[in-house]
Design a protein around this ligand. Structure first.
Ligand SMILES: [Zn+2]
Length: 286
């Protein structure tokens, strides 16, 4: 039998072997905390990874994709978003890291996602809005939004709970299945708040403006970057008061309510993205 070249190499071999034989074993060098351990579709879990040894690389996968890990002092933080398309049940979270000595560490966790029965909403738009319902328009708009959100703040900019941007009843909740002109359009990626045209719209929290322009479907739109992959959107505005790159404070008036884009009347659509997933913003206001 070949001997190990040295102590370090033997250790690496043993750690890798242990990982293969028992991948769910908690590794003392890497502590992974998931909060909460169970949630409903549309909600968000926070993952905090603390390493007891210096690492050269670390990555986290969940729902068949990798999630950005943000360095916060000696820890790595991320938020895992879920939406109405997330499968329900116990979903695996895998954290894989390499130490600076080349040791591979794998930690497995699970997040329990509970299914929600989201209602259906049927809307009929004025025939003049029909051209907006083409897939090309949606693709064009999504491309523009992706471009605006390409670089986001890697430190948390928000503090405390988010503010509901306008005072008004919820016309349409998060997650409802939208049927436009008799066709399935997709789930509602935020909440619609009732407000009069011209009512002030306030920033949900401190952040940096990443997009402030007219889009075909969202109308006059503002996207605020709150750091660590958290972005809020304010759509269908009659007026935009901010510009890209500008820093805004929680509660600051950033625009006015309107009905621009694909809207049947004045209201504010308020949405939240968490690392690209459209989640329910309301739990963040409590
Ligand atoms: Zn909406």
């Amino acid at each position: 039998m070949r001997k190990c070249a040295g102590w370090a190499v033997c250790t690496v071999a043993l750690i890798v072997l242990a990982g293969v034989l028992n991948p769910s074993r908690a590794h003392p060098a890497l502590v992974v905390r998931v909060t909460p351990l169970a949630l409903r579709q549309g909600e968000v879990a926070q993952v905090i990874v603390r390493a007891q040894v210096p690492l050269s690389t670390i990555q986290l996968s969940f729902r068949n994709r990798s999630w950005p890990l943000y360095r916060v002092q000696r820890e790595w933080h991320t938020f895992l978003g879920t939406d109405p398309t997330s499968p329900s049940g116990r979903l695996p979270i895998v954290v894989e890291a390499f130490t600076i000595r080349g040791e591979r560490i794998v930690v497995h966790r699970t997040l329990t996602v509970r299914k929600v029965s989201f209602p259906v909403r049927r809307l009929t738009f004025d025939p003049s809005k029909q051209p907006l319902l083409s897939p090309e328009v949606a693709e064009l708009e999504q491309r523009r939004v992706r471009e605006a959100l390409r670089v986001l703040a890697s430190e948390p900019l928000w503090t405390g709970p988010f503010l509901v941007p306008v005072q008004g009843e919820i016309l349409s909740p998060y997650g409802v299945l939208n049927i436009y002109q008799g066709q399935v359009w997709g789930f509602h990626r935020g909440i619609d708040l009732a407000a009069q045209a011209g009512a002030p719209v306030r920033a949900g929290n401190h952040g940096i403006v990443r997009l402030a322009e007219a889009l075909p479907l969202s109308g006059n739109a503002i996207l605020l970057d709150h750091g660590l992959g958290i972005v809020t959107s304010y759509l269908h505005l009659s007026q935009i008061n901010v510009s890209p790159g500008q820093r805004v404070k929680r509660g600051e008036i950033i625009g006015l309510v309107g009905s621009t884009g694909l809207a049947t009347g004045p209201h504010l659509h308020w949405g939240m993205r968490v690392n690209g997933v459209h989640v329910n913003p309301l739990p963040w206001t409590r």
